[in-house]
Design a protein around this ligand. Structure first.
Ligand code: G6P
Length: 369
């Protein structure tokens, strides 16, 4: 097992550090930035179905559901196709409206999650086209779907999902870009810019991993917290949910993710000097709005840990701690903002003496409902 961990203390840490290379594996042979091309066999073979889609329905559980939420923002922005994201467990039991014109995208690392599998069967019965995004090759979900794209993240052993999440987002971004090109919903210059940016994302993820030391210092300060709030807006709202999930899963600290602006409708009541608030505030996106959310937390003495774009000065003045990540466009920022949040939960869990790779009560794949 020590050998399998490749010199890392835990599988989770190894998998966090593998992200630059597995994201490359995910786009290898599919993304050709210089030629302005995206080629994914499953998408090309079914292009008409995607282009004629009245809507896209994403079904998933856990971290994969969070990747689906990020994809919702990306698909709607890039392709203008309406997207709905559902927990597979809710979807399957509520007599959902599914039409033959719908494209259903189940997302699953293991390809074995019982609820997601059941949702797929239901969607097929109702005549939808089902396109899977899975990591495990030959898994039940990959066999049950009409077509699909693998994430190529390699085996993920840590129960808390890390590299599966970022590679799922990579695959979904490529699909959205391919459809945007066919539909003409992105300008040529934006399309090419996204391709170029996606191609260099692994280097930026590598740079984001250099936040390891600062996240460790922050972890030491907050390891004894009993609650934690994660806030983000737009593309980074799902990242806030995922950050909170990571912390809950492995450190057993209660954490909640919220859209930053929604804070005033509830969570703000919880804020005092004992409440760490992790705010995802990259320069792109709704920066000014997030800055005013940070001010609201500060005036209530909350402890602010902010994930910012390198060189940021405004948030630095307000926050107790800042974690700097490289600049990229808003739509691709989840691939970077996620990294320090993974590291933060990892270090907190280690410092609390938790079983990082096999947290209590959780399973890597949930094959019963
Ligand atoms: C379990 C795992 C999570 C995972 C979820 C969905 O809860 O512990 O890490 O996100 O199942 O799994 P899937 O394999 O379908 O992505």
């Amino acid at each position: 097992e020590q050998i399998e961990k490749g010199g890392y203390d835990h599988f989770m840490l190894k998998e966090i550090y593998e992200q630059p290379s597995v994201i490359k594996d995910t786009y290898r042979g599919r993304l050709h930035a210089n030629e302005g091309l995206i080629q994914m066999a499953g998408v090309e073979d079914n292009l008409e179905k995607f282009l004629n889609a009245d809507r896209i329905l994403i079904v998933a559980c856990g971290t994969s559901w969070h990747a689906g939420l990020v994809a919702e923002y990306i698909f709607e922005e890039f392709t203008r196709i309406p997207v709905e994201v559902e927990y597979a467990s809710e979807f399957r039991y509520r007599n959902p409206i599914i039409n033959p014109g719908d494209v259903v995208i189940p997302i699953s690392q293991s390809g074995e999650t019982a609820d997601t599998l059941a949702a797929i069967k239901l969607a097929k019965e109702k005549g939808a086209f089902v396109f899977g995004v899975c990591n495990v090759v030959g898994s039940s979900i990959s066999r049950e779907t009409h077509a699909g794209a693998y994430t190529h993240a390699g085996p993920e052993i840590g129960v808390a999902s890390t590299k599966a999440f970022t590679t799922q987002i990579t695959v979904l971004t490529m699909i959205a870009l391919r459809l945007a090109k066919a539909k003409g919903t992105l300008s040529n210059s934006d399309f090419h810019r996204y391709l170029q940016e996606l191609e260099i994302i692994p280097e930026k993820v590598q740079e984001a991993l250099e936040t390891n030391d600062v996240t460790k210092t922050i972890a030491a300060k907050f390891k004894d917290s009993t609650n934690c709030l994660y806030l983000g807006r737009g593309y980074n709202f799902p990242v806030a949910l995922e950050g909170a999930l990571k912390l809950k899963e492995i450190s057993y600290i209660h954490a909640e993710g919220y859209p930053a602006a929604e804070m005033k409708h509830g969570p703000i009541a919880l804020i005092d000097e004992h409440m760490p608030v992790i705010v995802i505030a990259p320069k792109q996106g709704h920066y000014d709005k997030v800055v005013s959310n940070i001010q609201e937390i500060k005036s209530r003495s909350g402890k602010i840990i902010a994930v910012v774009t390198k060189g940021d000065t405004q948030v630095r003045e307000l926050a107790d701690y800042v974690i700097e990540i490289p600049d990229t466009s808003d739509a691709l920022s989840p691939l970077l903002t996620t990294i320090p949040l993974q590291l933060l939960s990892y270090h907190i869990a280690v410092m609390r003496g938790c079983n990082v790779d096999q947290p209590r009560n959780l399973a890597k794949s949930v094959t019963v409902e």
